[in-house]
Design a protein around this ligand. Sequence first.
Ligand code: NAD
Length: 513
Amino acid sequence: MAIVETLELAGGRRVLRLQSPVDGSPIGEFPCADPDEVAAAIRAARAAQPAWAALDVRQRAAIVLRARDLVVARQDEIVATVMRETGKSLQDTLSMEIFASLDFMSYYAKRAAKMLAPTKVGLHGMMAMIKKLTVTYRPMGVVGVITPWNAPFVLGINPTTQALLAGNAVILKGSEVTPSASLLVADIYRQAGLPEGLLQVLTGDGRTGAALVEGGVNKISFTGSVPTGRRIGEACGRQLIPCTLELGGTDAMIVCDDVDVNMAADGVLIGSYMNCGQYCCGTQRVLAPAGVYDDLVKSVADKAATLRQGAKLGGDEDVGAVIWDKQVTIIERHVHDAVAKGARLLVGGKRSQALGGLYFEPTVLVDCTSDMLGMREETFGPVVAIQKVKDEEEAIRLANAAECGLTGNVWSGDPNRAWRLAMRMEAGSVMINDMAVTYGLPEAPFGGVKASGVGRVNGTDGLRGYCQSVPVITNRFKMKTLPAAYPYGIQKVATLRKTIRFLWASGLGRWFQ
Ligand code: NAD
């Protein structure tokens, strides 16, 4: 079953034909925007943006709050659309797509005026006596937002909302397998009264995304895989436009031997199976020392065997579908590779025979080793992989050996021990006794280290990341002459030397800095 097919029509037109991962039923056909359409969208955005930027932030925020209320009012429609396109469980859809979107929209709309207000920054040293500094935040212009399929509504609406609040126009290019979720983002903003041209959704695949990146926008906000992120980073670098790259991960969970095993097992399962494991900061590698290993393995396997998976689209399923058939191929390859290299398969391990659609059984692999594909490359599926380690030193070494470093988590009954380990994890964020919650906390800067990405999103800095930070420097007092004015001369050089001596070679001067 192919979830998406690209049809080449007469005249070179390309169209995406989609099927639902729930049951293979047809979803519809969506055009792939070509470079001319991308260029037209950017022109319309550029024409609409100055009037939007001229509004007070509070006026822009009022539209975001109206859009938020529409997300509440239209939540059943959003949930149904996302579940049909992705096969997520109802709980995952409500928590990741609706709850998180509402929280982001409220958070930024209520605080944007303050976060984007000109900020006075106190100067240090001598300059403080003569100059004043104010940092202002100006919109960038047109922002391209490119998103993946695993959380298609929230990953579209969150960056879009922030970019709009900052005074930009947005072109949103959602994933080729979840175009309806992206179209809903635009429809909600249209209904909320956002002026025409300020938010346009382009449907299409990577070629449409590439045309957007090359189309002359002022910033790219990208969420997706490492290989695509690398290509986009290169294209942005060549054009000298900024980008944030939120990429994949192979996140590790370190379990100490003093842990509450029952709770840690729950953490393993939710970390590895939430969103059917298609969660950028889901847990992929569980590292546990011998002292806790057997108990943890037993608890995880017992719990995993009770999980319910299905296509009822009600509230009773724990684990949903795999969203894209290409992902099933990767999951199967990783499971087969692990078993071939000596891992024990305790639960699952194959596509569901009972369910139609793209359902892969929640899977538990234990006695994993570092040479297995699933311990090195992103699996992005409902697979728990547990590796026995000698001690926490080995756990840290293996956790940090990964090419990626998006998030990590440490589980221990001793807060100090957990903190020490957390400080040593090479990851963009770390959780103690919980799995990946960072993205859901808008105050927290979110992003990866190493191959997991470039830049940070969310928080005050994330919102300001959709602006140019422009410092404006003014004089404290009215001046009759410019101190730095020509001509230079012996006298000025001597004064400068004296000043340097005073500031950095005398006790008083050093104190003054
Ligand atoms: P992907 O990189 O294949 O595609 C992401 C988006 O980029 C899609 O819209 C796609 O059409 C577009 N695209 C593809 N080629 C392009 C090109 N050359 N130029 C411009 N755009 C292009 O990723 P995916 O398979 O859709 O998503 C899954 C990946 O996303 C996983 O690796 C996952 O870890 C990652 N992800 C990361 C985060 C995060 O915040 N760090 C969040 C969710 C998902």
